[in-house]
Design a protein around this ligand. Structure first.
Ligand code: T1G
Length: 696
C-alpha cells in the first residue's frame, strides 16, 4: 500500500484514506494509491462497499499544481473512471475542500456526503486551465448544464448546503463523525442493485442559449484569456456528445491550456501570494498573540471599512470617535453599505444584522482598553496620529497590538509617541477597506517579530492578504505605484489623452483605466498628497495638468467632471473636449514636443517605471522579494492576474529588454528614468525579475 493512501476495513466497508498533507492534492503516488486501494476493496469478498475520505483538514483539493508544465504522462487508468466502474458502491466523504480533481473523483463515486462546512468546486479556470478529469462531462449530467456552467466558469467554491440543493451531494452529515456517518451510509447502499453513475445520466433539459449568454457575460473580463472560453466549450460539448467522446475532447482542450502563458502566469500568482505571506523577517513558528476583540479609532471612511472587515470575519469590534457626529455619520455609512449589499442580493438580511451587532460605537479610549488589537484610522497627519498613540499607550492593556492604518507616514515617528514601540506596526488597508484584499504589514525599527506574526495572522483571519514590508515613504505598494501615477500625467504633456491611456490599460487587462480610477477616487486626494510632497521636497516634478484640473474644480465623478465628464447618476466616463483643450494649452506652454503613442509604449512607460522603482524598493530591503511586489499589485492595484504580476509580466518581455528601454528613456527623459542598480545587475546576469531579492 502507498505511503499517501491507506486502506482499512470497518465491517463490510473498505475505507480508502488519502493522506498527503497539507491538502491531499493528487501528488506523486496519490492516484496510484487510490487505484491500488480500490482494486484491493473490489477483490476482497468481505468488502461490500467503500468510502473515499481525506485525512487531516481536507478531502482532495485537486491535482498537485506543482506538477503542471512538467511533461506529466496522461495516466492509463483514470481514478474517476475506476471509481465509477467499481461493481461495489463507493461513497465520497467530504470535509474541508473537494476541489478540481478532488471533486472530479467524488463525481466518479456513486454517492457523495459532506459536513456542512465543506466546500466543493472546479476552480481550474482560476489557474488558467479547465477541469480535465471528467468534471466538465459529469457535472452537467448531475446538476444540469446551466448550474455546471456557472460553477466551472466562475471557479467558485460552493458551500456544502448549496451543493446539496444543486444535487452534487446526497447528504449532509450533522452531529456525527464523518467517517462513521460514511460507513453507515455505505452499509445502507451496499445492497443497491443498480449504482448511480453520473456518466450514464442524460443531460437534463436546458436552454441551448446559455452558452452564448455566458460568452457574452465573460467577454469583457476574459478578453485576453483562453481558459474561460474552453470551459464553456467543454460544457457545450457535454450537451451534444456521448460521454467518452466528450472526455476525449475535454482532454484535448485541457492539453491546449496546460502550458499556456496564461496558465503559467496564474500558477505563478497562486504560489507567489502564498510565498509573499511568509516573510523572511518573521521566522516560521513565531507565536501570534490571540485576538478575540478589536477596536478602531476614527469613524471615517477607512475606519468604518476596517470595522466592517472585522465584523465580516466574525470579530467583535468597537469603533471609537470622540466626535459624536462623526461617530453617528460613521455608523450610518456602515449601515448604508451593508444595506446596499442586501439590496444587491449579495448579502442576507440576517447576516447584515449579525454583523452590525458585532460593531459597537464608543466615544472614549477607556471603552476600548481591553481590546486585543486597536487600529488607528484618523486624519493622515503625523501630529494627530502621535496624539492618538500617546492616548492608546496610556489606556490600552499590555500586550495589545497597536496598529496604524497610515498609508505613507513614518511608523517609527508614530511609535515613538509610545513607551512600547515594539507593539506598534503599520496595518495599511486599501480603499474600500472591506473590499480590497491587500494589507501592508509595516514593520517599524522596533516592531517585534511576534507583533508582525500576530498582524499576519490577523490578516488571514480577516480574509486579507497580509504582506510584511519596510517603513519608507509610501511603503511598498504606493511607492512602487507612484512613478506610474506621474508617468501617466507626463504622457499627456507629450500628446496622449486620458481616454487613449485608459484604452491601452484596459486592453492590457485592467478592469478600468488609471484616469477613470482617479475620477472614481476623487482627484483632490491625489492633489493634496502631491502638494504635501512638493512642499516637503521642491525637487519633485510638478504636474501642472493634473493641478489645473483640480484648481478648475474638476474633482472627478463626485463633481460630475474630472479627467472625464459624467452625466448625473451615470458612472460612464465621457471624454471631454474641455480637458483635451486644457491639456493642449498647458502642454503648449511647457514646450514639450508633441508626438503619437501606441498602446505598447503607453503600457511600458507606466509599468516599467514601477518595475524600476520596485527594484529600488527590493534593493533597500523594504520588500524582500519580487513575489511581495507582485502580490501587492495583484491585490492592491487590480493588476490582471493572468499576467502573473508586475515583475512576472516584465519577465515575459525580458529583463534585458526592460533594462534597455529604461536606459534609453534615461537618456531621453533624464533622472526620473535612471535605472535601479539592482535592475542593471539583473540584466547583466540575465536573472529574471521575478527572482529579484534584497540580498542580491
Ligand atoms: N497543489 C499543490 N499545492 C497545493 C494545492 C494544490 N492543488 N492546494 C493547496 N496547496 C498548498 C499551498 O500551496 C499551501 O502550501 C498549502 O497547500 C495550504 O494551502 C485534474 C487539473 C485548498 C482552498 O485549484 O485553492 O485539479 O504555502 O495556504 O488558504 O481537473 O489552497 O503551505 O507551502 O492555500 O486554507 C484544482 C487550489 C487544481 C485548489 C486551501 N485545485 N488550492 O486554502 O491554504 S487543478 C485548486 C486552494 C486540477 C483537475 C485539475 C487552496 C485551498 P504552502 P493554502 P488555505
Amino acid at each position: 500500500m502507498s505511503e499517501v493512501v491507506h486502506f482499512s476495513r470497518q465491517g463490510p466497508v473498505g475505507i480508502i484514506t488519502v493522506d498527503y498533507p497539507p491538502v491531499n492534492a493528487l501528488g506523486p503516488g496519490v492516484r496510484e494509491g487510490i487505484l491500488d486501494a480500490l482494486d484491493r476493496g473490489i477483490a476482497d469478498s468481505e468488502v461490500r462497499a467503500m468510502v473515499l475520505i481525506g485525512a487531516g483538514r481536507s478531502f482532495i483539493a485537486g491535482a498537485d499544481i506543482r506538477g503542471f508544465g512538467k511533461g506529466r504522462r496522461s495516466p492509463t487508468r483514470r481514478t474517476h473512471d475506476a471509481l465509477e466502474t467499481s461493481p461495489k458502491p463507493v461513497v465520497a466523504a467530504i470535509h474541508g475542500y473537494a476541489l478540481g480533481g478532488g471533486l472530479e473523483n467524488a463525481l466518479g463515486c456513486h454517492y457523495r456526503i459532506a459536513v456542512p462546512s465543506a466546500r466543493v468546486g472546479l476552480p481550474e479556470v482560476l489557474i488558467g486551465i479547465l477541469p480535465g478529469g471528467g468534471g466538465t462531462q459529469r457535472l452537467p449530467r448531475l446538476i444540469g448544464p446551466e448550474a455546471a456552467l456557472e460553477m466551472i466558469v466562475s471557479g467558485r467554491h460552493v458551500p456544502a448546503p448549496e451543493a446539496l440543493k444543486l444535487g452534487i451531494l446526497d447528504e449532509l452529515v450533522e452531529g456525527a463523525e464523518l467517517r462513521d456517518a460514511a460507513v453507515a451510509f455505505a452499509m445502507r447502499v451496499m445492497h443497491e442493485p443498480v449504482l448511480p453513475r453520473a456518466s450514464e445520466r442524460e443531460i437534463p433539459e436546458h436552454d441551448p442559449g446559455i452558452f452564448e449568454a455566458m460568452r457574452k457575460k465573460v467577454a469583457r473580463r476574459a478578453r485576453n484569456q483562453k481558459a474561460p472560453w474552453h470551459c464553456i466549450r467543454c460544457v457545450e460539448i457535454a450537451c451534444s456528445t456521448p460521454f467518452e467522446e466528450g472526455i476525449r475532447q475535454e482532454r484535448a482542450l485541457f492539453e491546449e491550456l496546460e502550458n499556456s502563458e496564461e496558465a503559467k502566469a496564474l500558477r505563478y500568482a497562486f504560489f507567489a501570494e502564498r510565498e509573499a505571506q511568509r516573510s523572511p523577517v518573521v521566522p516560521r513558528g513565531t507565536p501570534a498573540r490571540p485576538v478575540e476583540a478589536a477596536a478602531v479609532v476614527g469613524a471615517g471612511t477607512m475606519g468604518g471599512g476596517i470595522a466592517m472587515t472585522c465584523a465580516d470575519a466574525g470579530l467583535p469590534v468597537k469603533i471609537m470617535d470622540k466626535d459624536p457626529e462623526a461617530l453617528a455619520r460613521g455608523m450610518e455609512r456602515i449601515g448604508k453599505t451593508y444595506a446596499a449589499s442586501v439590496a444587491r442580493g449579495s448579502l442576507d438580511e440576517a447576516v447584515m444584522a449579525a454583523r452590525l451587532a458585532l460593531i459597537e460605537p464608543v466615544k472614549t479610549y477607556d471603552a476600548i482598553a481591553d481590546a486585543d488589537v486597536v487600529i488607528e484610522a484618523v486624519f493622515e497627519e503625523v501630529g494627530v496620529k502621535r496624539d492618538v498613540f500617546r492616548a492608546l499607550d496610556r489606556t490600552m492593556k499590555q500586550g495589545a497590538l497597536l496598529l496604524s492604518n497610515t498609508s505613507a507616514l513614518d511608523i517609527d515617528e508614530i511609535a515613538a509617541a509610545t513607551e512600547r514601540p515594539e507593539d506598534v506596526a503599520g496595518a495599511h488597508f486599501f480603499s474600500p477597506a472591506n473590499v480590497m484584499k491587500l494589507l501592508e504589514v509595516v514593520r517599524g525599527e522596533r516592531t517585534s517579530q511576534e507583533v508582525l506574526a500576530s498582524v499576519q495572522a490577523l490578516a488571514k483571519r480577516l480574509a486579507k492578504v497580509g504582506v510584511v514590508c519596510g517603513n519608507c515613504d509610501g511603503f511598498v505598494a504606493n511607492r512602487s505605484r507612484a512613478p506610474f501615477n506621474t508617468e501617466m500625467i507626463i504622457l499627456l504633456e507629450e500628446g496622449a489623452l486620458p481616454e487613449q491611456v485608459d484604452g491601452a490599460m484596459v486592453e492590457f487587462g485592467y478592469p478600468m483605466g488609471p484616469f477613470a480610477v482617479g475620477d472614481l477616487a476623487g482627484l483632490d486626494i491625489g492633489y493634496a498628497g502631491r502638494k504635501r510632497r512638493e512642499a516637503a521636497d521642491p525637487t519633485i516634478r510638478p504636474l501642472p495638468i493634473a493641478d489645473a484640473l483640480v484648481e478648475a474644480g474638476r474633482l472627478g465623478m463626485k463633481t460630475g467632471a474630472g479627467w472625464y465628464r459624467y452625466e448625473p447618476g451615470d458612472r460612464t466616463p465621457h471624454p471631454d473636449p474641455e480637458v483635451a483643450a486644457l491639456i493642449r494649452r498647458i502642454a503648449g506652454e511647457s514646450g514639450v514636443e508633441q508626438r503619437e503613442f501606441d498602446d505598447e509604449e503607453i503600457v511600458q512607460r507606466l509599468l516599467f517605471s514601477s518595475v524600476n522603482e520596485a527594484c529600488r524598493i527590493i534593493e533597500e530591503g523594504m520588500a524582500g522579494r519580487a513575489v511581495e511586489v507582485d502580490t501587492m499589485w495583484l491585490y492592491g492595484f487590480g493588476f490582471p492576474r493572468y499576467r502573473g504580476g508586475l515583475m512576472y509580466w516584465a519577465d515575459t518581455i525580458g529583463v534585458r529588454s526592460v533594462y534597455g528601454r529604461i536606459a534609453a528613456w534615461h537618456q531621453r527623459y533624464g533622472e526620473r528614468w535612471a535605472p535601479a542598480p539592482l535592475l542593471r545587475r539583473l540584466a547583466e546576469s540575465g536573472t529574471p525579475l521575478k527572482e529579484a531579492a534584497s540580498d542580491m
